[in-house]
Write a protein that binds this ligand. Structure first.
Ligand code: BES
Ligand code: ZN
Ligand code: ZN
Length: 484
């Protein structure tokens, strides 16, 4: 979709979308609009719509909710709802930029264009024999006055939207297509296009290096597995280096501890963490941010077979610590442990953020709207949460007290890959996962684990976005790295 800024009254647009704050007036002179709002003084609930015809122009009034609730997320989703509702109806739409003291205009433009691009993504087009072609080609943002900073916001949104939608494409792709080798081919392309250094560790090499946990999970699958590292250097002469690490299970059947059949297809999204870090480094490089970053993707399937890990097996992680695998479905923490050590040992990263669809317990705790944050450094975690706030992604800091370490003690090895003790083996499931990962973090370097199990995909279509992969985390990571 082509997105432009418009600073004078639109001529010849198919549709003009006007944001209406709940119970507020609209600064638009057409009397039809004024009269409608006079007759409907309560109009304006988020995503409420009304189409009016004003002298040959179709004016779409779209509610944007209460003025005091307006923020980046509302603004982005408002634009998404406008575009999604018009996809097959007109060629072009003009969106009147909502104005509010709570969001600077550059952020408004950034949010609006992101929302528009995200709404156009439809993963089924590739697979359905008959689809309605998208008519909508141009979105114009109507602002009082264009400026270089608004043009820059537009450019930034374009880079981000491209990264987010490509991560969503990977997530939505079925696991018979989106294999570890396919993921690698995408990573190769990203590296080439953005001049990133690429290092690929295959299973043979991983075994030689002592990555017993990653190799153990990979063993059950016939597809080749890879640990992929992409490196971006945007700031020379400093030691500071970000490590972004992602769980890339292209299909998680649970392995020998097999999952129930119902809902198992959702496990094609179990690589959303890896897709997010790949997309983030792509955006960081395209923006030319002044930072050094390495993205590590641990990519494999988790399947049962004669070669698969069995409950009770003990693997030696790349960190040197041994882990007793009491449930082969807790595979994410195994592959991530080796990926985290890879980032620390081989790339000397100074701070780390990992993203993983790690635990079902995360969905029980926070649902689909908020990502759980686990960290060994509260100040670092608060910085990430604040970056999320700027770009409309919600996070919640979870406890990581020492007491929880008790739950991953093993009779046989240095740690167990599932929790036990407490009131139930399911107690604090997400914290247990995070505690396992923390075991391989060396010398207390700042580390954040984001459990995106609930937020990485949406089974329901929303007014502003189709169902499926959401691309969560990318905006926040880029904002965080940009601010460093
Ligand atoms: N990929 C799953 C976690 C998951 C579940 C993500 C549902 C999204 C939706 C992960 O590998 C897993 O299976 N975790 C187990 C851990 C348990 C065996 C300790 C879980 O959450 O049940
Ligand atoms: Zn699993
Ligand atoms: Zn998994």
């Amino acid at each position: 979709m082509k997105i432009q800024l418009l600073s004078k009254k639109p001529l010849g647009a198919d549709f003009i979308a006007l944001p209406v704050f709940e119970g507020e007036k609209v600064d638009f002179e057409e009397s039809v609009v004024k009269e409608f709002l006079k007759d409907n003084p309560k109009f304006g609930k988020l995503f409420e719509t009304q189409l009016l015809y004003c002298l040959g122009v179709k004016v779409l009034l779209v509610g944007i909710g209460k003025k005091d609730k307006f923020n980046f997320e509302v603004c982005q989703n408002w634009a998404g709802s406008v575009v999604k509702s018009l996809l097959n109806k007109g060629q072009g739409v003009v969106l009147l930029a909502p104005t509010s003291e709570s969001l600077p205009i550059a952020q408004t433009v950034y949010a609006l264009s992101l929302g528009m691009e995200i709404a156009t993504h439809d993963p089924s087009v590739k697979y359905k024999s008959e689809t309605e072609p998208t008519k909508l080609k141009v979105g114009q943002i109507w602002v009082e006055k264009s400026s270089p900073s608004l043009q820059a916001a537009l450019q930034k949104a374009k880079i981000l939207a491209e990264a987010i939608n490509s991560a969503r494409t990977l997530g939505d792709m079925p696991a018979n297509e989106m294999t570890p080798s396919y993921f690698l081919s995408v990573a190769r392309r990203v590296a080439l296009e953005n001049k990133l250094k690429l290092q690929v560790i295959d299973e043979k090499k991983a075994k030689k290096m002592g990555m017993g946990a990653f190799v153990g999970v990979s063993a059950g699958s016939d597809e080749p597995s890879y640990l992929i590292a992409l490196e971006y250097q945007g700031k020379r002469g400093v030691k500071e280096k970000w490590g972004l690490v992602g769980k890339g299970i292209t299909f998680d059947s649970g392995g020998i501890s097999i999952k129930p059949g119902e809902g198992m297809h959702e496990m094609k999204y179990d690589m959303s963490g890896a897709a997010a870090v790949l997309a983030s480094i792509q955006a960081i490089a395209k923006m030319g941010l002044k930072a050094n970053v390495v993205a590590v993707c641990a990519v494999t399937e988790n399947l049962p077979s004669g070669k698969a890990l069995k409950p009770g097996d003990i693997v030696k992680t790349y960190s040197g610590k041994t882990a007793e695998v009491l449930n082969t479905d807790a595979e994410g923490r195994l592959v991530l442990a080796d990926a985290l050590t890879f980032a620390q040992k081989d790339f000397k990263v100074s701070k780390i953020v990992d993203l993983a669809t790690l635990t079902g317990a995360m969905i029980v705790a926070l649902g689909d709207f908020t990502t759980g944050v686990f960290s060994n450094n509260e100040e670092f975690a608060q910085r990430l949460i604040a970056s999320g706030q700027v770009v409309g992604e919600r996070f919640w800091l979870m406890p990581m007290d020492e007491d929880y370490e008790e739950l991953i003690k093993s009779e046989m090895a240095d740690m167990s890959n599932i929790g036990h003790g407490g009131s139930s083996s399911r107690a604090a499931g997400s914290i247990v996962g995070a505690k396992f990962l923390e075991k391989v973090i060396e010398d207390k370097r700042p580390w954040i684990h984001l459990d995106i199990a609930g937020t990485a995909w949406d089974m329901k279509a929303r007014p502003f976005r189709g169902a499926g992969a959401t691309g969560v985390g990318i905006k926040t990571l880029v904002e965080l790295v940009a601010g460093s």
